[in-house]
Design a protein around this ligand. Structure first.
Ligand code: PLP
Length: 389
């Protein structure tokens, strides 16, 4: 049997259609898009088209900027540091010194926010989630004050739990009071409806490899009127906001993946959600002492985070891997560590629950046959790990 990949929140395979769209830009269309001669024309037009595709995906107006970059880690660093550095006066932090973030943010948000606090003295406020893995909108809104808050940042969907965050309510409030709202949309793209995102978020970050595009390509969408200091000073690419020769094939791939995500979501999300629910029911029917972390909240259609009592996550992932099933213990960047899941702990759940949680994330290539096989594999793997403990 072919291996079954159930780790789509870590990364997705490149779709064949996206690879085909990229192919000319890895071959004959090699010109630098900034050059005036004919070799630059095709790549330049392709980049313009990709910008339109990203705008369509997020409902961005023509006056907003779509800045291509290497992915969301760069984009989110650019958003937070760019806003913070733009606010300094004579190198000093001003009255608006508070950075408000959710308590379940990816390191791509929490690490630059912490760095800004440590290096410059910005005040960092993290709003704790509830036991359902959702940041309460009222607590977040209470932490954001117009006269003192420089920026608020919240992810749309959690990478590990799949829980959906109240980004629209919070974003609209922030816009009303004039506080820039940064949304990490990495896990939401192609899974939930994002076409009104720019109506409530001022800065939006995404990574192509999370929605069947290439690795190393991302975009930051910035509403008109929001000023960011560039992270990469260099030549005039991306209106001087991100120097460095364009990754043309990557950008074209991102654009093609954006179009496909936009067009395919309505059909794909219910299909994957039905498979995910069948998997959850099948596992809970066969195996006792299983808990769905965050399962009572609204979650991404493809994501299941389960704790199996008596099964350390790393041991269970290894048993599943031996049987040909790729799942993960927490996020990809934490996976392989024997540490408890920081997200499950942040929800206020026990250390035991956090040490035994695994993430199963389905994707376009997941079939009903895979789901049946996965249930059987879990039953065997859990017995094996429990017998060893
Ligand atoms: N934000 C979230 C929610 C993520 O899941 C990830 C990656 O897993 C990132 C940000 C960072 O994305 P990248 O590693 O593509 O830069």
């Amino acid at each position: 049997m072919r291996p079954v990949y159930l780790d789509h929140n870590a990364t997705t395979p490149l779709s064949p259609g996206v690879a085909a769209a990229m192919s000319p830009y890895l071959g004959g269309q090699y010109g630098n898009p900034l050059t005036a001669h004919r070799f630059g024309e095709g790549p330049r037009a392709a980049i313009d088209e990709a910008r339109c595709s990203v705008r369509t995906l997020l409902g961005a107006t023509d006056d907003s900027r779509v800045l291509f970059n290497s992915g969301a880690t760069e984009g989110l660093n650019h958003a937070l540091k760019g806003l913070a550095l733009a606010s300094l006066s004579d190198g000093r932090v001003g009255a608006r010194r508070r950075i408000v973030i959710g308590g379940l943010e990816h390191y791509a948000v929490s690490a630059p926010a912490q760095w800004l606090a440590d290096a410059f003295g910005f005040e960092l406020v993290r709003v704790a989630p509830g036991r359902d893995g959702v940041i309460p909108a009222d607590a977040f809104i209470d932490a954001v004050a117009a006269d003192t808050t420089l920026v608020a940042a919240l992810h749309w969907a959690n990478n590990e739990l799949g829980t959906l965050q109240p980004v629209e309510e919070i974003g609209r409030h922030c816009r009303e009071i004039g506080v820039p709202f940064v949304c990490d949309a990495v896990q939401a793209i192609g899974k939930v409806d994002t076409q009104d995102a720019c109506a409530f978020a001022d800065v939006i970050a995404l990574s192509a490899h999370k929605f069947y595009g290439p690795k190393g390509a991302g975009a930051l969408v910035v509403r008109a009127g929001i000023d960011l200091v560039p992270l990469l000073h260099g030549a005039s690419q991306e209106s001087g906001q991100r120097g460095g020769t364009h990754n043309v094939a990557g950008i074209v791939g991102l654009g093609a993946a954006a179009i496909a995500a936009h067009a395919g979501r309505r059909q794909e999300s219910p299909r994957v959600a039905a498979l995910r629910d069948a998997l959850a029911d099948g596992i809970r029917g066969r195996i006792d002492r299983v808990h769905w972390n965050g399962g009572r909240a609204a979650v991404l259609p493809n994501t299941l985070n389960l704790s199996f009592e008596g099964c350390p996550s790393a041991a269970l992932c290894a048993e599943m891997d031996r049987r040909g099933f790729a799942i993960s213990a927490g996020a990809a960047c934490d996976s392989g560590t024997a540490k408890p899941s920081k997200n499950v702990l942040a929800m206020g759940l026990s250390e035991g629950r956090a040490l035994t949680s695994v993430r199963i994330s389905l994707g376009h290539d997941t079939t009903a046959i895979d789901i049946q096989a996965t249930q059987a594999a879990f039953a065997e793997a859990v017995s094996a790990v429990r017998a060893d403990n």
